[in-house]
Design a protein. Structure first.
Length: 256
């Protein structure tokens, strides 16, 4: 039995069941990990444990994905996903957190920052673009190039598990992953986010130009470009992702 089948905890949030996992020592700050598209909370298996020496780590399945529930079609939207996270934090008595989203998850993280800035300690946007998704054929080509470079550098290839993409209902998962079709571009609004923000993107990711643009718009940002890394950076260089996040946290902690 894999970790998806084993499941974690279920809690009622905004009228639906949310599947989540909260791990780590209770005296540590909170880090929220928001999944990329087509993935459930098990997709963080390759790196979340490496965060536990520094953070309590909250992972969860967004509505309609993994083992989480859903309701009306109009609630498949990034503002609603952001509000679900805020309500989940309420239920778990988390007042503030360092919120990290990857790709599609970075869209939710950005909406969370705009709608719930007072709940945000730090923000991290990995592989981010807030415009319509890029052409996937070219993205796959760049991913292949990144893996070739990693192999030449002697880096171990990540063992990607099929169950990282499992879900309970195909139609609900599809509705979740097409929320961008009715989303507006909030890129310019990011200028209102006053909290320190980490923007990170792979060199072999078509979103790199947008990530650079977003970093310039954010008032307090740090841009990290990851070499030999395609879209879905935790699946290329998980240890580098952990290193970048921890360094960003430590740097900003020392400034306080």
């Amino acid at each position: 039995m894999n970790s998806y089948e084993n499941g974690s905890e279920i809690i009622r949030v905004n009228g639906i069941n949310i599947h989540y996992s909260l791990e780590g020592q209770k005296n540590k700050p909170y880090l929220v990990l928001i999944n990329m598209a087509s993935h459930n909370l098990t997709c963080w298996e390759g790196l979340y444990e490496d965060f536990l020496d520094t953070f309590q780590v909250l992972r969860f399945d967004l509505r309609g994905t993994g083992k989480s529930g859903w309701d009306k079609d109009e609630n498949f939207s990034f503002p609603q996903y952001a509000d679900d996270l805020a309500s989940l934090m309420d239920k778990l008595s988390i007042s503030k957190a360092f919120v990290l989203g990857v790709a599609y998850g970075a869209r939710t993280a950005a909406h969370f920052a705009l709608r719930h800035l007072d709940r945000l300690d730090l923000l991290a946007l990995f592989d981010v673009s807030l415009t319509p998704p890029v052409e996937q054929k070219e993205q796959r080509k760049l991913a292949k190039e990144a893996r070739r470079l990693l192999k030449e550098a002697g880096k171990k290839e990540i063992d990607i598990k099929k169950y990282w993409r499992f879900y309970e209902n195909r139609d609900a998962a599809l509705k979740h992953h097409t929320a961008h079709e009715k989303d507006t571009d909030i890129t310019e609004k990011l200028s209102m986010i006053s909290k320190p923000t980490l923007v990170a993107c792979g060199r072999q990711d078509m979103n790199l130009s947008e990530a650079k643009r977003i970093s310039k718009i954010l008032p307090v940002s740090k841009l990290e470009i990851m070499e030999m890394t395609g879209h879905g950076s935790p699946f290329f260089r998980p240890s580098l992702v952990v290193e970048i996040v921890k360094n960003f946290y430590i740097t900003n902690k020392l400034k306080k």
